[in-house]
Design a protein around this ligand. Structure first.
Ligand SMILES: CCCCCCCCCC(=O)SCCNC(=O)CCNC(=O)[C@H](O)C(C)(C)COP(=O)(O)OP(=O)(O)OC[C@H]1O[C@@H](n2cnc3c(N)ncnc32)[C@H](O)[C@@H]1OP(=O)(O)O
Length: 169
């Protein structure tokens, strides 16, 4: 049986992210999992994710790197602390820094493989290297600095809660 994706184990109150939130019907709903010591996600861009005809928009690629990086940080933290992920347990990470190098045009039409590798991990911070691969060719490389989510970014923090309520989520 396939293991549940990291993002599917996030608590409801942090599951509205445009890149990976399972409760965001308009988002990408990226799903990341372990593959040995690395992490992997697959995403198939749609024709409306076009940059120039036939090629994927860079902002989409950046958001895949972003959400796969923060999810990898959360999962690696759980693994390091010996705590399984789960709705009451998820260690929460947000993006402090997102760097992406677009090495070559990313073809539109097939699935993209997104691979993550933890470079450094402390209790508060992870640095994750991410590759975006199309048909065996690395098209983009990124690096995410993910930091434990501050209380001020929680779902009950002011306007965020009201916006999600208004959206019916
Ligand atoms: C389960 C939860 C899932 C959540 C949904 C998925 C997340 C989706 C990904 C996103 O898009 S999140 C949205 C975009 N990110 C933000 O809006 C974050 C806004 N920034 C902040 O709230 C704060 O700046 C942040 C929490 C990131 C850091 O503030 P802190 O006061 O906690 O950081 P601090 O200055 O104490 O630094 C902690 C460590 O991070 C490092 N750091 C902080 N900002 C950095 C930066 N910009 N670049 C590189 N490193 C940075 C800093 O050097 C330090 O490293 P060391 O521990 O090694 O000393």
């Amino acid at each position: 049986m396939t293991e549940p994706a990291f993002q599917d184990q996030y608590p409801d109150d942090v599951s509205h992210c445009f890149g990976c939130g399972r409760l965001n019907d308009h988002g990408h709903q990226l799903k990341s999992r372990w593959d040995g010591d690395e992490t992997v996600a697959w995403f198939r861009p749609e024709p409306y994710h076009t940059a120039t005809p036939g090629f994927v928009y860079g902002g989409l690629i950046a958001s895949l790197v972003d959400c796969h990086g923060t999810a990898t940080a959360a999962a690696a933290s759980h693994r390091a602390e010996g705590r399984p992920m789960g709705p009451d347990e998820t260690l929460r990470f947000v993006t402090a820094s997102l760097h992406v190098d677009f090495l070559r045009p990313t073809p539109l039409g097939g699935p993209l493989q997104v691979r993550g590798q933890v470079e450094t991990l402390t209790a508060r911070k992870a640095v994750v290297a991410v590759s975006v691969i199309a048909d065996g060719t690395v098209c983009a490389r990124g690096r995410v600095v993910a930091v434990r989510m501050p209380e001020t970014m929680g779902a009950t923090a002011g306007p965020a809660a009201r916006i999600m309520e208004d959206a019916g989520s």
